[in-house]
Design a protein around this ligand. Structure first.
Ligand code: CAA
Length: 263
């Protein structure tokens, strides 16, 4: 395992194990509140892994007691609407949505407001049994601004999203699992290990097929079924230009394990 320490980053820790790259939010004194500076470091680190051929999948995690307590309320409390509009700091968060490689969120403790939205921007979520999710923005006079009204609604449906966003109540990992928001609940001490195991299983698969699989699944959220099926079929055909398609099918016929080159 290689770990690059805070010489490069102030608010996150970055490490790599095999083909899995991990980013840990590390601003404990503010409960990992997602300040513009932290978010800048986070998107830079994730984009660096995304561009690195040696990485196949990423894990995003926070602390033992807090994944992230949301956007930094202290930094935006006195902002005017024009400050918010012109600085448009949440636009930076969009860069996470554009990552090509899958990201597994490993959540322990609070994932509130922007913290819940950041988890939902990831492609899969593993949560410790003490994790607490929520969109509490209504309690500070706003609504979610980093995708909560859209992603929570798509994941759990209109009625539940209305209840959760309009009351701001927290919900448990178990409730999140039952609503279909997350993949799995595990004992808190196993959250990161479980997320890394999932990331490792994906990172060992042929990288171009993983990338196009992610792209096709995400397409389902912003297209008609007709358009989505068409898109999927084209990506399927495109994979026949990859060396791993030739290797995968040849290995199947020769009854041997495939040797992926991720090309
Ligand atoms: N922004 C800035 N600072 C925060 C913060 C946040 N979102 N959340 C916590 N902190 C700070 C607290 O102000 C406190 O700082 P001080 O020590 O300087 O007073 C420190 O972190 C510890 O917090 P608490 O004393 O409140 O800790 P707690 O254990 O009693 O409670 C908590 C934990 C339930 C997470 C509580 O801190 C909380 O409710 N935080 C705010 C959650 C929230 O409303 N998030 C939504 C933010 S808006 C948003 O995210 C918009 C969007 O859609 C992008």
């Amino acid at each position: 395992m290689s770990i690059s320490t805070s010489t490069q980053y102030q608010y996150i820790l970055v490490s790599q194990e095999g083909r899995v790259g991990t980013v840990q939010l590390n601003r404990p004194d503010a409960l990992n509140a997602l300040s513009p500076e932290l978010m800048q470091e986070l998107v830079e680190a994730l984009e660096a892994f995304d561009a690195d051929d040696a990485i196949g999948c990423m894990v995003l995690t926070g602390g033992e007691k807090v994944f992230a307590a949301g956007a930094d309320i202290k930094k935006m409390a006195s902002a005017s609407a024009m400050d918010m509009l012109l600085v448009d700091q949440l636009a930076r968060w969009d860069r996470i949505r554009k990552l090509h490689k899958p990201v597994v969120a490993a959540i322990n403790g609070y994932a509130l407001g922007g913290g819940c939205e950041l988890a939902m921007m990831c492609d899969m979520i593993i949560a410790g049994e003490t994790a607490k999710f929520g969109q509490p923005e209504i309690g500070i006079g706003v609504i979610p601004g980093a995708g909560g009204t859209q992603r929570l609604t798509r994941a759990v449906g209109k009625a539940k999203a209305m209840e959760l966003i309009l009351t701001g109540r927290q919900f448990s990992a178990q409730e999140a699992l039952e609503m279909g928001l997350i993949n799995k609940v595990v004992p808190a001490e196993l959250t990161i290990e479980e997320a890394k195991n999932l990331a490792k299983a994906i990172a060992e698969k042929p990288a171009i097929a993983v990338r196009l699989g992610k792209e096709a699944i995400l397409k389902a959220f912003d297209t008609t079924i007709e358009g989505g099926l068409d898109y999927e079929r084209k990506l399927f055909y495109l994979l026949f230009a990859s060396a791993d398609q030739k290797e995968g099918m040849q290995a199947f016929m020769e009854k041997r394990p495939p040797v992926w080159t991720h090309s």
